[in-house]
Design a protein around this ligand. Sequence first.
Ligand code: APR
Length: 171
Amino acid sequence: MVTIHLIPGDITEQSVDAVVNAANSSLLGGGGVDGAIHRRGGPEILAECRDLRASRYGKGLPTGQAVATTAGRLPARWVIHTVGPVWSASEDRSGQLASCYRESLRVARELGARTVAFPAISTGVYGWPLDDGARIALAAVRRETERDDTFEEIRFVLFGQRAYEAFTAWL
Ligand code: APR
């Protein structure tokens, strides 16, 4: 049975098998989690992202999909990059957000990762309300892990008290 932990703090400090990055489709870095992971993880991560853009993902990583690279200097073995949907008040994109968690876990399973750390995908630059982002994240991870014991521990690493409280409310 997997344990789900909520951890306040910085995802780049998590010693887990796989760290999930809230990337953009370019896979070439950005701010927020993406910026922190590339800054702390070092150039090897970007080098592998460039290779992915030159091969499988010529047009970029589509929203809701996930792909793994090395974790470089992070205390982890892999970074799993996923692209969250930008929040829209007129269009329900919650299926795409759930897909980020589902696809990241699928990639983690393929890698043989037993411990995974997620950020609150799309709830920063992409503007998704924290409360709804937390609800979707926990529901998706629970759905994906309730029937199998592939994973030992799944962490949600939350930046700031508001994010931590939003997730606590749904745990
Ligand atoms: N550790 C954990 N959580 C973090 C960290 C960190 N070091 N830095 C930011 N966060 C939190 C934010 O507070 C937010 O709650 O992660 C959540 C996701 O925020 P973003 O990183 O802005 O990601 P997202 O909203 O998915 O937007 C993705 O932002 O950084 C760019 O290149 C990225 O274009 C992409 C977009």
